[in-house]
Design a protein around this ligand. Structure first.
Ligand code: V47
Length: 382
C-alpha cells in the first residue's frame, strides 16, 4: 500500500515530500508550494493516506439548517453576490421572531445545528444578536447554535462597546455554542487591499479567533480560493491557521471555499476547476496536520465532487443545510437542501462509512455499530 503510494509520489516528483508525510513530519511552506506543481491525483492519494490514518473510512455529516439573518452589508467585498446596501432592492433583515419561525418550520426534522451568519449591518444593536440566538434556543432548546464569523463578532463587540472577551460570555449565556469559519478569505494584505479593503484584516481575523478559542469556544476556519490570489498566498494563509492552531487548539474543521464568480465584481474570473477544488482539499489535509477535520462543503462543490473529495483528504461533507443564499446568489446550481437519507446514500456510494455528528463531533448515529451515539439527540436509523 505505502509502496504504491511512494511510487506514485516519486513519479509525480514529490517522493521526498511523501516520505515526510508517511513519517508524520510537518510539511514546510516550500513543500506546500510544491504540492501545486505535482499531479493532483498523486497529491490526493497522499492526503487520503493522512485522512485514513486519522479517521479510517468514517465520513461525517450533520443535520443542520442555515439561516442568513441579513444580507445588508457595508464591507463591499468584490467576491460577494449576497450583499445588499440598506434600501436596495432585495435587502432584508430578519426579525428575531422570523429567525424563530424559520427554525419552527423544521421542528419535526431531527436538526441538531443552526448555522447563522450574515452581512455586517452597523444599524443592528448589540441586543439584536443576543435576541436571535435566544430566539433559536427558545424554539428548540437542544439545538446547537453555531453563529457569527470573526468579522461579525468584531462588529458585535463594536456595537456592545465592550471588548470581545466580555461579549463572548454574554453570547454563550444567550445560547451560542460555537462559531463557523467564514470571513477569512485570503489573509495576505495584497489580496485584502484589492478585494475587500473595508473588511477587517487577516491579522484581525486571527486575533479574534484566538480570543474566541481562549473563551473556550471552538471555531471552524476557511480559505476562499480561485480568484486573484497566488499559490504562495494560499500557503501563507494555511501557515497562519496552522500557527494559530498550535497556540490554541480551537480549530475543529478547515473548509476550502471555491470562488463562485457569477453576479460578483469578479465575474470575469473563471473560478476554480474540479481538479483545483480537489487539490485544495488535499493541500489542506496535508498542511493542516493539527486541524482534526477537513470539510468538503457539498453545496459549493456539488455532490459528485464532494464524493470524490472523500478520497482526497476530506472526512466531512457538512449537512442537510435547508436554505442556502451565499453560493446560490453567486451561481451555485446545487440543490439548497438534501435529505438525510440521501447524504447517507451518497457517502456509502463513495466507499465511506457515514457518521452523523453534532456540531462538536459527538456521534449522533453511525453506520459503524462500534461507534456509540451520545446525547439525547440520537435518532434511530431511518
Ligand atoms: O465568508 C462569499 C464565502 C463564506 C462567495 O464553518 C464565497 O462550517 C465563493 O464560511 N464564492 C461563508 N465563496 C460560508 C462559510 C461556511 C460555509 C459552510 C460551512 C462553514 C462552517 C462555513 O463564503 C464567506 C466567504 O468566504 N463566499 N461569496 C462566492 N461568490
Amino acid at each position: 500500500m505505502t509502496d504504491r503510494l511512494m511510487a506514485q509520489a516519486q513519479a509525480a516528483g514529490i517522493g521526498g515530500l511523501a516520505e515526510k508525510v508517511l513519517a508524520g513530519t510537518r510539511l514546510s511552506l516550500d513543500d506546500g508550494v510544491a504540492l501545486y506543481g505535482a499531479d493532483a491525483p498523486a497529491v490526493g492519494a497522499l492526503a487520503n493516506h493522512v485522512r485514513e490514518r486519522m479517521h479510517g473510512d468514517l465520513a461525517y455529516f450533520n443535520v443542520n439548517q442555515h439561516i442568513n439573518y441579513t444580507n445588508v452589508c457595508n464591507k463591499l467585498c468584490r467576491f460577494c453576490a449576497f450583499q445588499r446596501l440598506p434600501g436596495q432592492e432585495g435587502a432584508y433583515v430578519m426579525k428575531p421572531e422570523e429567525v424563530a419561525a424559520k427554525i419552527e418550520e423544521h421542528a419535526s426534522d431531527p436538526v441538531t445545528e443552526v448555522h447563522m451568519v450574515a452581512g455586517v449591518y452597523p444599524k443592528l444593536p448589540y441586543s439584536y444578536y443576543l435576541d436571535i440566538v435566544r430566539a433559536a434556543k427558545t424554539v428548540r432548546p437542544e439545538i446547537h447554535v453555531k453563529a457569527f464569523t470573526m468579522i461579525e463578532l468584531m462588529q458585535i463587540a463594536r456595537r456592545a462597546k465592550k471588548p470581545l472577551a466580555e461579549v463572548l460570555p454574554e453570547l454563550v449565556e444567550a445560547g451560542l455554542g460555537s462559531c463557523p469559519g467564514g470571513g477569512a478569505e485570503i489573509f495576505a494584505d495584497r489580496v485584502h487591499q484589492e478585494g475587500y479593503h473595508l473588511k477587517n484584516t487577516g491579522d484581525e481575523w486571527i486575533e479574534t479567533a484566538r480570543t474566541v478559542h481562549e473563551a473556550g469556544l471552538k471555531t471552524n476556519c476557511t480559505m476562499l480560493h480561485g480568484h486573484i490570489e497566488t499559490i504562495e498566498e494560499r500557503i501563507d494563509h494555511l501557515d497562519r491557521l496552522r500557527r494559530l492552531q498550535d497556540d490554541t487548539g480551537g480549530l475543529q474543521t478547515y473548509i476550502p471555499l471555491s470562488f463562485h464568480p457569477e453576479n460578483t465584481e469578479w465575474s470575469h474570473l473563471p473560478g476554480p476547476t474540479a481538479l483545483d477544488e480537489l487539490r485544495e482539499i488535499a493541500v489542506g489535509r496535508l498542511m493542516l496536520d493539527n486541524v482534526p477535520h477537513i470539510k468538503a462543503y457539498w453545496i459549493m462543490l456539488s455532490i459528485p465532487i464532494a464524493q470524490l473529495a472523500l478520497s482526497y483528504g476530506a472526512d466531512d461533507v457538512d449537512g442537510t443545510v435547508v436554505e442556502e443564499k451565499i453560493y446560490h446568489e453567486a451561481g451555485a446550481t446545487t440543490p439548497q437542501e438534501v435529505a438525510r437519507e440521501e447524504l447517507v446514500r451518497w457517502i456509502r456510494d463513495a466507499g465511506r462509512i457515514p457518521v452523523e455528528r453534532d456540531t462538536i463531533y459527538n456521534v449522533v448515529w453511525s453506520a459503524d455499530e462500534s461507534l456509540a451515539p451520545v446525547g439525547a439527540a440520537a435518532p434511530v436509523m431511518r
